[in-house]
Design a binder for this molecule. Structure first.
Ligand code: MG
Length: 253
């Protein structure tokens, strides 16, 4: 088991090993699958939130004095938390009417096709997905985004950054209904994926999802990406490997 402060090279080494395994299986003409979550796993969403808040503050400038003021001292993305409430607090937006309005406007944009292009891929993410795809694995993007509001934007941003999408050896699985529970959705879909072939690697940033997928695919290497996740998350199960990003061993860690 790799602990939080454990061997820092273990994650990148495990990433490389997965590629070797895929190549081996492909040479044996066997099917392999790699499951990638998107939000907080392949993509950093904090840029999307900051872009949206900036847009809202510009558009509604005089109606949102606290938010507009926040941007005069905004310095870096560390201000952005998983929870928008926390982020607004850090930005010193405390007036309840302003908070309510900002949250409404933020949600309308955040969960829509148009704003996903403001996400930023994690370091090494695109190169790694490309590599595992080229090695012969079927890349499965498994995301809690929903088909009605976000499928087009999801595909667009994957293509924009050069991730393999829409081509042979890829699959994008989103929710049919936006209100569907995230964990239940991933649990159900994983039963389907289980029938498709051998899952060799799973990438997640939510401990609950990571544990569910670890239990479903015990033979796969399970990676937990240390970005942001829901507050009050369960403990990560033993044997799940923590990574900060997707860079290969020895690259600026
Ligand atoms: Mg996620």
């Amino acid at each position: 088991m790799i602990k939080k402060d454990g061997n820092k090279a273990a994650g990148p080494a495990a990433l490389a090993k997965v590629i070797d395994l895929v190549e081996m299986r492909t040479a044996q003409r066997r099917s392999t699958l790699a499951i990638f979550d998107l939000d907080g796993t392949l993509f950093d969403n904090r840029t999307r939130t900051m872009f949206i808040l900036r847009e809202i503050s510009e558009k509604f400038d005089s109606a949102l004095p606290q938010l507009s003021r926040a941007f005069s001292s905004f310095r870096d993305l560390s201000v952005v938390d998983y929870s928008l409430d926390v982020t607004l607090k850090r930005l010193k937006v405390t007036a309840s009417a302003e908070i309510k309005f900002v949250k409404q406007e933020w949600a309308r944009r955040f969960f829509s096709d148009e704003y996903q292009k403001y996400d930023m891929p994690l370091a090494g993410a695109k190169a790694y997905v490309e590599k595992i795809h080229a090695a012969g694995a079927t890349v499965i993007y498994l995301t809690g985004r929903d088909v009605g509001r976000m499928l087009v934007g999801t595909t667009e941003v994957l293509r924009l950054y050069g991730f393999p999408v829409g081509v042979a050896g890829t699959m994008t699985i989103v929710k049919k209904e936006s209100e569907q529970d995230d964990e239940l959705f991933k649990r159900e879909v994983s039963e389907y994926i289980d029938r498709l072939g051998e899952v060799v690697a799973v990438f997640e940033n939510e401990p609950a999802n990571s544990n569910i997928l670890r239990a479903r695919f015990p033979g796969a290497v399970s990676f937990f990406v240390e970005t942001q996740h829901r507050p009050g998350a369960p403990r990560l199960d033993a044997g799940i490997i923590r990574i900060k990003d997707f860079r290969p061993p020895g690259r600026g860690k």
